[in-house]
Design a protein around this ligand. Structure first.
Ligand code: NCD
Ligand code: ZN
Length: 362
C-alpha cells in the first residue's frame, strides 16, 4: 500500500450555479474524493458567472452545505469588474481570465480590458489564464509588465511549453499546468499510452473528443513529456457535460477528469514515464505554493499500486456519466482517503457527507 498526501486539483468545473444536471458542488466533490483529490479550486464560468460579491457569496453559501472535500472558488475577469474582483481577492481561489474561446460567456478580447485586471489584481495569488499559443505569449508579457504572477491553464502545444521554459529561465514569474488528457490523448482522442484500449484506437466518436484547448498532435504531446520538468502542476480541467450533450449536434467541449487522474498517472509511473515524486510535486507541493493553500492535517490517500483494472464510467461519482478513458487498462487504484482525520472515501464509497468540505479561503 502506497500513501500519498491529499491531492490538490487547481482546475475543476462544478457547474454550480446554472448547470447542476451536469455536476454540482456535491457530486463534483464526491468525484474528487474518489480520485484522491482533497482540495478543488472551482472555475467561475457558470450561469451566471462568478464575477462579483453577490455571485461569489451565493456560490459559497451553496458550497458550504454541499461540498464533501475542501475547496476555493475562482472569480472570473469580466469587462468592468477589475476593481471589484481585486477587492474580493483574499476570499477567492484566484482570478481566471478567458482569453480564447471556450464553454461559457467569460471572454475578454480587448487587451485594454486585460490590462485593467493585471494592473489591479493584488498578486498574492496568480492570474490564471486560458490563453493558447500567441495569446499566451501576450498574457505572459502583460504579467511581466505589471509584475504579477501568472499561471497558464492547460497547456497543450509544443510552442507553449518551449516558450514557458524560456520565460522561466529568464526569471519571469510564470507557472503552468497540464491536463492528463493532453498527455495521454492526441487529436480525435487517439490514445497515446499503452493503457489505451483497442476499441478506441480510432479515437473518440464525434463530440466526445471536443475539448478546449483541443487535443493536439503527437509531436505536441511528446514535447510536453520531454519538458515535464518545466510543468508545475497536474490539473484535470474536470469539465463534465452529459453524454447526451456530448453526442448531440452541438457538443460542448470538456472532459470529466478527477476520477481518472491518479489511475492514469500511476500507470505512467508503472511504465517509468513518471515518478511518484512527480505526482507529489505537481499535484500537492507546487499547487499549494502557487495558490497559497493551507496544509491539510491528518489527510492522506491510500493507493493499491498493483491493482490492475479497466476504467469504467459506471463506477464513477461524477454526474456526467462518461469518461474519454472508458475501457483503458490501468494499474493503481485509490482505495481510501482520509481528510482531516475522518475517513472520507473507502473502496468505492463516499463517506464524507455534504458540508464536510471547508472553504480554504474562509
Ligand atoms: C470547459 C468547460 O466545459 O467549462 N471546457 C473545456 O473544454 N475545457 C471550459 C474551459 O476550461 O475552457
Ligand atoms: Zn477549464
Amino acid at each position: 500500500m502506497l500513501k500519498l498526501p491529499g491531492l490538490i486539483d487547481p482546475h475543476v468545473h462544478l457547474r454550480e450555479p446554472g448547470a447542476t444536471h451536469k455536476e454540482d458542488y456535491d457530486s463534483g466533490t464526491a468525484s474528487a474524493l474518489a480520485g484522491g483529490v482533497t482540495t478543488v479550486l472551482a472555475m467561475p464560468n457558470t450561469k451566471p458567472p462568478i464575477f462579483d460579491e453577490v455571485t461569489l457569496g451565493e456560490v459559497l453559501a451553496t458550497a458550504k452545505t454541499k461540498a464533501r472535500c475542501d475547496y476555493a472558488q475562482y472569480l472570473g475577469a469580466g469587462p468592468d469588474n477589475a476593481a471589484e474582483v481585486a477587492r474580493l481577492a483574499p476570499t477567492a481561489a484566484a482570478l481566471k481570465m478567458y482569453l480564447d474561446s471556450t464553454f461559457g460567456e467569460l471572454r475578454l478580447d480587448d487587451m485594454t480590458l486585460w490590462m485593467e485586471h493585471f494592473r489591479l489584481w493584488p498578486g498574492k495569488t496568480p492570474i490564471v489564464t486560458h490563453s493558447e499559443s500567441r495569446s499566451m505569449a501576450a498574457a505572459i508579457w502583460m504579467a511581466q509588465m505589471f509584475d504579477k504572477p501568472i499561471h497558464i491553464a492547460h497547456i497543450s502545444l509544443r510552442e507553449e511549453i518551449l516558450l514557458i521554459k524560456e520565460a522561466k529561465r529568464r526569471g519571469i514569474k510564470v507557472t503552468c499546468e497540464v491536463c492528463p488528457h493532453h498527455l495521454f490523448l492526441a487529436e480525435n482522442g487517439i490514445p497515446l499510452a499503452p493503457a489505451g484500449c483497442f476499441c478506441c484506437s480510432d479515437g473518440l466518436p464525434g463530440g466526445r473528443a471536443e475539448v478546449r484547448p483541443r487535443l493536439a498532435a503527437k509531436a505536441d504531446v511528446d514535447a510536453l513529456w520531454e519538458n515535464m520538468a518545466y510543468i508545475d502542476c497536474f490539473a484535470t480541467d474536470h469539465a463534465p457535460h452529459t453524454l447526451g450533450e456530448k453526442d448531440s449536434e452541438n457538443p460542448p467541449p470538456g472532459f470529466p477528469g478527477m476520477e481518472t487522474l491518479l489511475p492514469l498517472l500511476l500507470t505512467a509511473v508503472s511504465e517509468s514515464r513518471l515518478t511518484i515524486d512527480d505526482i507529489i510535486q505537481k499535484s500537492v507541493i507546487n499547487p499549494r505554493k502557487i495558490f497559497k493553500l493551507p496544509e491539510q492535517p491528518e489527510t492522506w490517500v491510500e493507493v493499491d499500486e498493483d491493482a490492475r483494472y479497466e476504467i469504467r464510467a459506471s463506477e464513477m461519482h461524477s454526474r456526467c456519466g462518461w469518461t474519454p478513458f472508458e475501457g483503458w487498462q490501468v494499474k493503481g487504484r485509490v482505495t481510501r482517503v482520509v481528510l482531516r482525520g475522518q475517513e472520507a472515501y473507502r473502496d468505492g464509497k463516499i463517506l464524507a457527507g455534504p458540508g464536510f468540505g471547508q472553504n480554504v479561503r474562509a
